[in-house]
Design a protein around this ligand. Sequence first.
Ligand code: BES
Ligand code: MN
Ligand code: ZN
Length: 514
Amino acid sequence: MQVRVLADAPASVRAGALALPIFAGGDLSSVAKTIDDALGGAVAEVLSSGEISGKPFELALVHAKGQPYSRVLLVGLGEKEKFEPYLLARYAGAAVRYLGKRKVTNIAFVLPENVKGNESAAAGFVVEGALTGTIDTSIYQNDPDRTIKVEQISLLAEGFDRAALERGAARGQIIGEAVNAARRMALTPANDMTPTHLAARARELAQEANLEIDVLDEDRMRSLGMGSLLSVAQGSDQPATLTVLTYKGDPSSKEVLALVGKGITFDSGGISIKPAEKMHEMKYDMSGAAAVIAAMSAIGKLRPKINVIGIAPATENLPGPGATKPGDIFRAMNGKTIEVINTDAEGRLILADGLCYAAKLGATKIVDAATLTGACVIALGHAASAAMGNNEAFVQEFLTAAKPTGERYWEMPLYEDYSTAVKSEIADLSNSAGRPAGTLTAGAFLKAFVDNTPWIHLDVAGTAYLDNESAWQAKGPTGTPVRAFVALAEALAESDGKVHPNGAKAAVKAGAGA
Ligand code: BES
Ligand code: MN
Ligand code: ZN
């Protein structure tokens, strides 16, 4: 998709459609008035008819006879008082999906007047949303029935800071493409998206973004003592991989942010096998790893002044002759022994070694992301990801950085009780503490592998993919937490990679996301 920033006045732009934002209950903006005049009052008529009232992402199409633009798409943006820039991603996504399905290939976007002074962010969100709107789920169909045809979008700069729009658009393109890369990886079924293929995809993205890459095979894992990761892989014929992407944006600094993502390319549950219903969705169980790889590609292109490594341990979790049996005990890279009570609690097992390896590579801060627990979906549904960690200032810095992206995170506690719950009779740790606080006992398990390094765990089980489409995005993978990862790297780059001692004070209250 081609992205342009045009100086043209909205009323004179050539396009298949002009997208026009409409706030609920408000008066027509001056641009909307101009368009309305040109169309002989057609815009005001649609509004007064009640066909659209400006509720979030309501749509109404007006044909524009005799104008340089063929149509006007009115898009509801909700109440002006509740406006946040990230809503522009949904505005653009909704327009692209509605028009693109109707074979419109060229859309010009009018920006709301209230983004003046904040043009760069606004343009970023429009471009990001337009790009993420284009993905659809029919990628394996011979005649895809849900293709979105949009080839070109334009941002209309009249009345705005054009240079800021250009900057924002370039950034939005990088973010949108990264989000889509993560979504495509997740959408790809497990017979194609093997651990080896995931590493190969990382290699392609690393090349584009100028990142160093190292892919560990099982022999290297064994010599590093990654018995926990290997225990999950032993039921599958597919060899495990552990991909490391390195970005050095601040070579003079010793600070290193590590992003670690769960890469279970298929989770059958292993010997503790899952019920058949919904098991196919477990191809998405590598969404954390996909987000790490995609976020690294964006970071490599955006070049913030910070060092970041991305770590993606990947394997299938299958029953097989060599598979882990409940009760088996393994030793992780840091020497801790783990009793595997439930082979379906495999994500924490591969992350354990991923987290140890992050420390070995010099990480001074770690964030991991995983579709880790069904309990997280019970707790927060699909509305937010769970965030927890061992350093409150770092958690607050993350929440503050993530909030403007539109991805939602809600902090949950890691009380000592949960660490007690994951102790084993016979080994140092048990991989399952049963149903109570399942998300938090999983977090407490991971905590045993990070020592004192500031660390955050994100459980994205309810947010990495969705069962329903919305006006602005297809159903299926969402790309969460690519945006938050990139935002955190940029925020830390601004603060020289150090957690502010007063970070907790400066930050908004935990999870106060929209
Ligand atoms: N990948 C699943 C978690 C999951 C479930 C993600 C549903 C998305 C939707 C994870 O590996 C798992 O099976 N977790 C178990 C842990 C339990 C055995 C302690 C779970 O949540 O049931
Ligand atoms: Mn599982
Ligand atoms: Zn899993």
